[in-house]
Design a protein around this ligand. Structure first.
Ligand SMILES: [Ca+2]
Length: 165
């Protein structure tokens, strides 16, 4: 569901958004040792998942990326009711034990109801605020499988860390 805008949000991940651009592709750099926030290299949106992926590829023809997570606006991966979705992709291959950190989900803050994991992104930690804030720095949910309903974290996640176990 829609988030309220926060003036404090970082400018790192500005999408090329329009009203019907419900599906996005975000490509991020991997976490280096000691780093917690992956650099966002690309963030595009379109009206279908396939168009968003094509737009991402044509906008960044030399940027390889690996699918990490797909976020869904509704429960059960949007299968019960249509909704927005976003691919989180990584520029350096599958998740390793350092993984990738999405410190600010931008238009996807306070919106996620379910997600699927790919390419060794076995562990997913969701945080209430951007930059892994809120709840005394602890995630409001940690999941180790595809999750068709994030429960009490519904519409609350604003940043995500994901890695191989
Ligand atoms: Ca939140």
């Amino acid at each position: 569901m829609l988030a309220t805008a926060s003036p404090a949000q970082a400018a790192a991940a500005q999408p090329t958004a329009s009203a019907d651009a419900k599906h996005c592709v975000i490509v991020a750099a991997p976490l280096e040792p000691g780093q917690t926030i992956s650099r966002v290299l690309s963030h595009v949106c379109a009206d279908t998942p396939a168009r968003a992926q094509r737009l991402s590829e044509t906008a960044n023809p030399r940027l390889a990326s690996t699918l990490l997570l797909v976020l869904y606006e509704n429960i059960r991966y949007n299968t019960d009711s249509a909704g927005a979705s976003t691919q989180l992709r990584g520029s350096a291959g599958p998740c390793d034990t350092s993984g990738y950190g999405f410190g600010n989900l931008g238009t996807w803050r306070n919106r996620i109801s379910s997600f699927k994991r790919f390419n060794w992104c076995q562990r997913v930690a969701g945080y209430d605020y951007i930059n892994y804030g809120g709840n005394n720095g602890n995630p409001i949910g940690v999941w180790t499988k595809d999750t068709d309903w994030v429960g009490s974290a519904n519409d609350r996640i604003e940043s995500i860390l994901t890695r191989r176990l």
